[in-house]
Write a protein that binds this ligand. Structure first.
Ligand code: GRF
Length: 189
């Protein structure tokens, strides 16, 4: 099996990146993480790229033309698939056009509920009974592309934001690799 060369975009902690790296090192997992892009120089996730000797690039999104720099790097490393894993920046339309149906994102809610930021505090305020995560394709509208996989759990009475985050991330670490396997199982990608 030829693994698809994949770039993971991050901004922070990088627990999903770490998890995807460990899956990608298994023989039958369909992707190889060939590049990590971070828009935050201090992102902890960069340490995982370093540890596993994966090329990484810092993109300063405050300068004009940063999108070109992203595209150039994707081309340079022959990237054919993109995973957004806690990337806190909107992806450009041009990038979406260049990678139609080849960019996926993980979001900490049961979409279409709670698009955008601060999902956990809004869930608690709304007295939700169920929480979870969604892996979806990325299109031009924020957190609105087709769902690939969702995983859910029932909120406990004592669940605060911190507990919700922990429970959600535990599910994310199962959902992201499962979604990738699902995509490549049936597709003529
Ligand atoms: C995840 O909870 C993901 O749902 C959200 O950002 C968080 C990133 O976590 N989009 P990490 O950096 O992968 O630990």
């Amino acid at each position: 099996m030829v693994k698809k060369k994949t770039c993971v975009f991050i901004s922070g902690q990088g627990s999903n990146l770490k998890n995807l790296i460990s899956y990608s090192r298994k023989v039958n997992f369909p992707i190889k993480i060939s590049l990590v892009i971070s828009n935050n120089k201090k992102a902890n996730g960069i340490n995982y790229a370093k540890k596993y000797r994966i090329p990484y690039v810092f993109i300063n999104t405050k300068v004009q033309n940063y999108n070109n720099k992203i595209l150039l790097n994707l081309k340079k490393y022959n990237i054919s698939f993109i995973c957004l894993a806690g990337y806190m920046k909107i992806i450009s339309n041009n990038l979406i056009k260049n990678y139609q149906k080849k960019i996926i994102n993980i979001h900490p809610s049961l979409l279409p509920k709670f698009k955008g930021l601060n999902t956990f505090s809004r869930m608690i305020k709304n007295k939700e009974t169920k929480a979870g995560c969604t892996v979806h394709y990325v299109n031009k509208k924020l957190d609105s592309g087709n769902t690939i996989i969702q995983k859910s759990f029932f909120l406990g009475v004592k669940d605060d934001e911190e507990i919700l985050k922990k429970k959600t991330q535990k599910l994310e670490h199962l959902a992201f690799p499962e979604a990738i396997i699902k995509i490549f199982r049936n597709s003529s990608f």
